[in-house]
Design a protein around this ligand. Sequence first.
Ligand SMILES: CC(C)(COP(=O)(O)OP(=O)(O)OC[C@H]1O[C@@H](n2cnc3c(N)ncnc32)[C@H](O)[C@@H]1OP(=O)(O)O)[C@@H](O)C(=O)NCCC(=O)NCCS
Length: 160
Amino acid sequence: MKKKNTLIAATKGKTTSFSETIKTEVVCPNDTNPMGILQGGRLVQWMDIAAAVCAQTHADGICVTASIDTVRFFHSAKVGDILTIKAKITRAFNTSMEIMVEASVRDVFGNKPQALCLAYFTFVAIDSKAKKRSVPPIALVSEEDKRNFELAGLRKEKNI
Ligand SMILES: CC(C)(COP(=O)(O)OP(=O)(O)OC[C@H]1O[C@@H](n2cnc3c(N)ncnc32)[C@H](O)[C@@H]1OP(=O)(O)O)[C@@H](O)C(=O)NCCC(=O)NCCS
């Protein structure tokens, strides 16, 4: 009986919330440029880690970054600011997955958080011999899931 339920769940795919990953960071002096502003590369590194955790949770195994696309910085962050980095799978293809990563920034004084950065990461699942392997599909449970899924397909087509 238990086996049957597992099979049904696998056929339906994993939800996007199953692997959604939230990472928090505080900007420290070592993360900034001489103006005291967070370096873009440091932020992308943190986003890459959140995206990797998300991809690996979905794929149940090691995944490598294949590409980072459309990195947009909307705001700056300074020493002491608190960042929230959210990584969410938008689509699982064959061996690759697109992970949308959004970062926001807030200060410690209770002001409204601001959108900081948005980027799309593609991860490829690999096995113990570093050979690519297939990943489970995602279960689309919301309108947002469906929209993200379709847009991920368009982005993949555009990049080919
Ligand atoms: C990513 C990697 C595994 C792809 O291997 P490959 O044999 O070239 O694979 P393919 O060209 O057959 O592509 C495999 C999948 O990845 C996708 N892919 C490959 N390169 C991609 C890129 N630059 N952008 C987006 N997707 C990419 C393909 O579309 C394909 O997706 P699908 O199977 O879901 O349809 C390989 O290039 C690699 O190991 N790169 C280094 C990864 C790494 O070390 N990352 C850390 C950076 S320091």
